[in-house]
Design a protein around this ligand. Sequence first.
Ligand SMILES: [Zn+2]
Ligand SMILES: [Zn+2]
Ligand SMILES: [Zn+2]
Length: 90
Amino acid sequence: MTSPDTCAHITAVTTVTHAKKKECDECVKNGGTWVHLRTCQKCGTTLCCDNSANRHATKHAHASGHPVIASAEPGERWLYCYPDDAFADY
Ligand SMILES: [Zn+2]
Ligand SMILES: [Zn+2]
Ligand SMILES: [Zn+2]
């Protein structure tokens, strides 16, 4: 958490929540496909990224007000805050 761009939402994430499953919770219901996965740091749901057709992670953030996601991709260790458009490595 050393990025100068880190906001209060990201600072509040003391323990990163990791994906429980390697699939988008919404796409599996609808038979959709995804490119990359992100995990909501508020409720732990794992959803697809903005490169995916359905952009469920972004939709979830706007609909629920949950600000911070973590990448659920292997080898990627970063957090992103929607309201502040801020990234942070962890
Ligand atoms: Zn923020
Ligand atoms: Zn999805
Ligand atoms: Zn959430």
